[in-house]
Design a protein around this ligand. Sequence first.
Ligand code: ADP
Ligand code: MG
Ligand code: ZN
Length: 622
Amino acid sequence: MKSLVKNISYAFLIFLLLAALFSLFTTHEKKEEISFAELVEQVKEGQIEKIVVKEDEVNILLKDGTKEFTYKQAGVSLEEMLKMYGVTEEQLLKANITSERKERSDIFWFFLASVLPIVLIGFFFWWILKQGQQGAAQALSFGKIRARRYGVGGRIQEKVTFKDVADLEEAKTELKEVVEFLRNPKKFTEIGARIPRGVLLLGPPGVGKTLLARAVASEAGVPFFSVSGSEFVEMFVGVGSSRVRDLFTIAKKNSPCIVFIDELDAIGRHRGAGIGGGHDEREQTLNQILVEMDGMERNSGVIVLAATNRPDILDPALLRPGRFDRRVVLDMPDTKGREEILKIHTRKKPLAKDVNLREIAERTPGFSGADLANLANEAAILAARRNKKEISQKEFLESIEKVLLGPERKSHILSKEEKKIAAYHEAGHALVSTFSPETEPIRKISIISRGLAAGYTLRLPEREKYLKTKTQFLSELATLLGGYVAEKLKFKEITTGAADDLRKASELARKLVMEYGMSRLGPMTFGKKESLVFLGKEITEQRNFSEEVAERIDEEVERFVKEAYKRAEKILKTKRALLEKIANRLIEKETIEREEFEKLIEEEKNKFGKRSKSKKTEEAKI
Ligand code: ADP
Ligand code: MG
Ligand code: ZN
């Protein structure tokens, strides 16, 4: 399309140029118009040097050099007309009349009218042919892979080194070793060690798999070919496997080198599990990869690096030793890792003195490297919007919520009534959480809507938790129901705002029974998860238990939820005054931070400070 516009504008330019040339040739010299009678007079008096007739235009050159012109009647020759006006033959001869049929401009117009269209049409056909050829070339190269080459002899991208990758120490060591293999194969082969054929990077999205591979590319000192798994998948049958062949041919030619297949899960699904028959295109592509990897000689100097988020859906054949014989697992960063990642992503940003990356890392459990990079960027944007020269801690903390919950929706203004409901709802969550055992302190309560939520309550995780206790789960369940209960207590009515909480609570309760063995059914798991290809989600849960057990599971789930409801209700009924107070403060200020929240609770405690001790111990047991 672009080239069409370009060609048209070229043609237009040429046309303009020709037009300009044309007007240059036909610039009229200065001439004076005279009447025919005057001309007759001049002829009779013999003042004429010569007369040139062009159609009806009569151009006259006088002996004194002046130029004139006039018009004659069409269809009659000038001589005849002059004779009618009484000019003699002799005088006519002296006037030296010639006529000119075709002028230069006529030739030009002829050219324009006949040659130019031909040229243009020819040009047009040539252009179409050229396009066609390109198309044909494209069709021919369809089976070719567009592997981007980096590293030695390749293009230079924004350079990423191992220094730009924080945390992930084990993964880095592993990959450095692989690089070492390629650089210095002799050292390893002489001692009888085999060079690995494939290295698989496993880990959830955003932990830095692609980043790490890019670091390898720039540090390996060998060519690095990068393709994405989705590039093998085309509409046309056979393209995928042909591209695999092509990729490995290129790789072998350039060995020693590294081939990086990103998002391997796009091709490497379970074979035979595809909907629409076993002979599915993906299967052929995958087969081809296996064939190529097996066919590669050991020590051929080609190492295949692949990355995936979903090892569970990869074909076991791919994971067999001898193919991807090394697996590097990348974990979500812990607090220290998060701090290091933040350090990397704030390296080039001006930070205020009060910035404490450790604190931010502590407040962002569950954030991946990508989330943290995003967080650092959001903080910078926020600071810039506030016309600051430096990013301060405030901006970082505010960005956490933005990354976590989506942007504040200022336009989504709650009505007065909705605000009131949201306030009691969130206060309910916060209070139940505070007065339940083994819970983290409340960090912030807000009724400013963010993302899809009308309000939110954030808790402060004090440290990373890998194991959770049943007590914690039960507190969690009660907290989830806190919003629902608070609404019911206050308004004798329930809104849709609690729907998400209820869904989460039911899911959690079901997990306690079916996966964690925390119910009366005892230490057993129920159901087998199957992930369905294509959808990539767990949509089927195979039943491996009887109808009777299913009923008991349902009973247990129900019991968990009901008990959680009772606990939440008990807490909120005994803390009714506090609930009112916090809700009212929320309506007034929209957000309550940790300090304020704790102060409110402390005040209330002091009011009833003379309560008996036994009551307090009972509370702790809830
Ligand atoms: P994926 O594992 O999904 O391939 P990426 O490698 O694309 O994730 O990571 C996305 C971004 O997150 C990177 O470009 C980088 O900015 C950031 N990131 C992730 N992990 C780290 C890390 N360990 N150190 C520094 N930045 C990281
Ligand atoms: Mg990636
Ligand atoms: Zn809620």
